[in-house]
Design a protein around this ligand. Structure first.
Ligand SMILES: NC(=O)C1=CN([C@@H]2O[C@H](COP(=O)(O)OP(=O)(O)OC[C@H]3O[C@@H](n4cnc5c(N)ncnc54)[C@H](O)[C@@H]3O)[C@@H](O)[C@H]2O)C=CC1
Ligand SMILES: O=C([O-])CC(=O)C(=O)O
Length: 330
């Protein structure tokens, strides 16, 4: 029996993500939660003749408790998205409290679930989640993930466009660091199979991966940020976890984790000077089994990008940790 949960299920990401989870044969029960519209989304999805039994709740009564009890995997796209002119950090004010409260519920009702954080700013919301779980004595770093898969998905797409590859998913491109602007670092020198990017296209390609989110925010012109590509990316990562839990071996995906708590991670934390970093992680039955150090094989161009990423990440991480350790006055 596998129970999956989406918190923020009625939103732009939440709805298509819930659809993909609903038709996933690896899931037996899907439970949806949002502060609005969950009954409608649930009734609609529940008519699909796939395996997953679907339930949904609003916050009233025991809504969050009923949603989370028995959950094996919880995906969180709850919170406000950007409008043109905003940075992801501008979302902190509202989304920090939303993530704190939802993860407090997870700590209480399903502390052993895998937690996948989509809500921005991911660089800070993952440390917030970790601090909440630590404060409740239920933190397992192998089970907490910041979802950075959209950066990987964008890299596959944009690189394929440049090299003329008709099937972008044959490319494996590690993207490391964080999930905002210059903290996003695509390691093109480690692509498999190896790719040759013309020198005059490299800067623009890296910039497009780093600021792909802005491209969508601008195109949506006030109607939000990436939702469909994010639902795809979030599902793709959740499916990898579910497959690894069932015993499939050799699944390695970049994801934003608490490095000191994952095998191989302490060394990367020492090298980067930050405790949270997206790195290729081997997934297994217990979650994040092993972190691979992507920094050893980088070229000078990538080393410069990494330096900027580490600098940017430090403040984002501290801000998240501080939000729980020294809560703002109410
Ligand atoms: N990690 C990533 O790569 C990406 C992250 N995002 C982030 O995902 C988040 C959601 O984006 P969208 O779905 O476009 O926004 P949206 O506004 O369409 O949906 C958010 C949903 O969260 C719900 N919500 C708000 N407070 C809640 C609470 N306390 N409990 C449960 N649900 C709550 C809202 O009612 C709404 O249905 C944003 O923070 C956005 O920046 C977006 C794209 C990519
Ligand atoms: O740009 C945003 O605000 C949403 C996001 O994280 C992305 O699309 O990568």
């Amino acid at each position: 029996m596998v129970k999956a949960v989406v918190l923020g299920a009625s939103g732009g990401i939440g709805q298509p993500l819930s659809l993909l989870l609903k038709i996933c044969p690896l899931i037996d029960e899907l439970s949806l939660y949002d502060v609005v519209n969950t009954p409608g989304v649930t009734a609609d999805l529940a008519h699909i003749s796939s395996r997953a039994k679907t339930t949904g709740y609003l916050p009233n009564g025991d809504g969050l408790k009923l949603t989370l009890t028995g959950a094996d995997i919880v995906v969180i796209p709850a919170g406000i998205p950007r409008k043109p002119g905003m940075t992801r950090d501008d979302l902190f004010k509202i989304n920090a409290g939303i993530v704190r409260d939802l993860v407090t519920g997870i700590a209480e009702y399903c502390p052993k679930a895998f937690i996948l954080i989509i809500s921005n700013p991911v660089n800070s919301t993952v440390p917030i989640a970790a601090e909440v779980l630590k404060s409740k004595n239920v933190f397992d770093p192998k089970r907490l993930f910041g979802v950075t898969t959209l950066d990987v998905v964008r890299s596959e797409t944009f690189v394929a466009e440049i090299i003329g590859e008709s099937d972008p998913q044959t490319l494996k491109i590690p993207v490391v660091g964080g999930h905002s602007g210059e903290t996003i670092v695509p390691l093109l020198s480690q692509a498999k199979p190896s790719v040759q990017i013309p020198a005059d296209k490299l800067d623009a390609l890296v910039n497009r991966v780093q600021y792909g989110g802005d491209e969508v925010v601008k195109a949506k012109d006030g109607a939000g940020s990436a939702t469909l590509s994010m639902a795809y990316a979030g599902f793709r990562f959740a499916e990898k976890i579910l497959k690894a839990v069932r015993g499939e071996k050799g699944i390695i995906e970049p994801t934003y984790v608490y490095l000191p708590g994952v095998e191989g991670g302490a060394e990367i934390a020492k090298a980067t000077g930050v405790e949270y970093f997206s790195v290729p992680v081997e997934l297994g039955t217990n979650g994040a089994e092993k972190a691979y150090n992507p920094l050893t094989d980088t070229n000078d161009y990538e080393k410069k990008l990494l330096e900027a990423a580490m600098k940017g990440l430090k403040g984002n991480i501290e801000k998240g940790v501080d939000f729980i350790k020294n809560p703002p006055a109410k």
